[in-house]
Design a protein around this ligand. Sequence first.
Ligand SMILES: *[C@@H]1O[C@H](CO)[C@@H](O)[C@H](O)[C@H]1NC(C)=O
Ligand SMILES: *[C@@H]1O[C@H](CO)[C@@H](O)[C@H](O)[C@H]1NC(C)=O
Ligand SMILES: *[C@@H]1O[C@H](CO)[C@@H](O)[C@H](O)[C@H]1NC(C)=O
Length: 495
Amino acid sequence: MKEGLFHRQNQSQRMAFAGVFAILLPICFPHLFRPLGRASPSLFSEWIAPRPRHLPLLKAALTRHIPVRQQSGLWAPLPDQGWKACNEPTIVSSLPAKSQGYIQVFLDGGLNQQRMGLCDAVAVAKILNATLVVPHLDLNPVWLDSSSFSDIFDVDHFINVLSNEVKIVKEPPNEYSWSTREYYATGIWPTRIKTAPVHASAQWYQDNVLPVLQSYGIVAIAPFSHRLAFDQLPIDLQRLRCKVNFEALAFVRDVKVLGELIVNRLRKTKHQVLGSELRVNNDGSGNDGSGKYVVLHLRFDKDMAAHSACDFGGGKAEKLALAKYRQESRALSLTPEEIGLLLSALGFTNSTRLYLASHKVYGGEARIATLKQFFPLMEDKKTLASAEELAKVEGRASLLAAVDYYVSLKSDIFISASPGNMHNALVGHRAYLNLKTIRPNMVLLGPLFLNKSMVWPDFEAAVLNGHRNRQGQIRLRKEKQSIFTYPAPDCMCKS
Ligand SMILES: *[C@@H]1O[C@H](CO)[C@@H](O)[C@H](O)[C@H]1NC(C)=O
Ligand SMILES: *[C@@H]1O[C@H](CO)[C@@H](O)[C@H](O)[C@H]1NC(C)=O
Ligand SMILES: *[C@@H]1O[C@H](CO)[C@@H](O)[C@H](O)[C@H]1NC(C)=O
């Protein structure tokens, strides 16, 4: 089949096609390429560590002295901003007297995209007075992880926390046991809703899904990612979505135990490890950063290319959104060297405990070496936990992502150097908990890095000044923005 395709094309098309094919193949089928990947790191340019492009800044960053005052400001927790999670529901919501039937959703994408789908699924079940079947998580097309909901999340906790709002069952009852992912893959069936528009309204579900539910007693909605609007929904539904995201979705014990072990090891300072009390406060942490850690979330452009190239599901809108997203994320991403310079200017030093939350990436190791120059105490799952401790999550992308989510949520400071679902999920969750989150100011940084005569004191001053209001200050959600990224004011109340 491949030969036939190649035959009809001229030389240059053939070359281009072969190039794209060679790049996409290992992303779509990474397991095929592991041995090759190790053996020939020069196949893809991303495997080569880029040479420094900002040498004078780099030298200055690596030799400068940071005043203690700047350090303590950096590590101090966020002040109270007058917002907190809402305790009281707006209206006393209760279970409907009679369920309209069963709702199933099949969720694609990575863990953090599925997370939003889970919240929306509960909300849709509520809109329709239906019983939700614990959602099915599709095989991750990039990382080939087939973890189910109950492999990642505590399913009993999920059901119990929501038991006053929505009835949730682990499996559909026997009479509907035919209604599975495999069944819907074999043909067109009336109980499958394929046409839910992106950001559909509550009314859309009542008009289009309720009749099917009433006729058949069960309905499967797929695709379901981003299928419920953020605007013009009743406040109790918004709060319900947040309750799912911030309270009902708890990771399984294995993830929590491993996450907690990593957090504890990150918080142990060198001094404590050596048995000395030097410079360590009573609680083991100090505003000079001892006993504290920052998480840096990195993703590489290849990641997004992978998503659009291998995701054959979804509609045109989804493809367009992805293409646009990719363009933006490419324009907005920094090189590891630039991230190192940014973090240095913000006040992080070579004694900072920095945890790298990132998927294993093609070329990652070489690129990460640049960051290691700035932050010799940089850690990740592999450096902090033994192979035995990692055994339960090894090779399972969703569980690895869950561990990174856990460690990121517990960190003193979180910084994401690339926009995306993980970034959005953590920005929102940390806002909900009033935790410090530094959002790189790309508009500011672009011109600074382009200026070849930039000197360190000017760079540092501009970076500090340009990030004063980007440390986790509450930003109210604007129209069309996600309640999961901006939980105030919908899901948070004035304290
Ligand atoms: C950290 O940086 C300082 C200069 O700011 C240098 O004197 C010191 O040797 C560095 N320590 C390590 C472990 O690299
Ligand atoms: C759901 O139940 C409530 C009362 O429990 C009712 O007011 C509402 O109309 C019902 N909605 C649907 C779609 O059945
Ligand atoms: C570039 O940086 C230098 C030194 O920091 C500064 O004097 C100059 O104004 C900057 N140029 C531009 C175009 O911003």
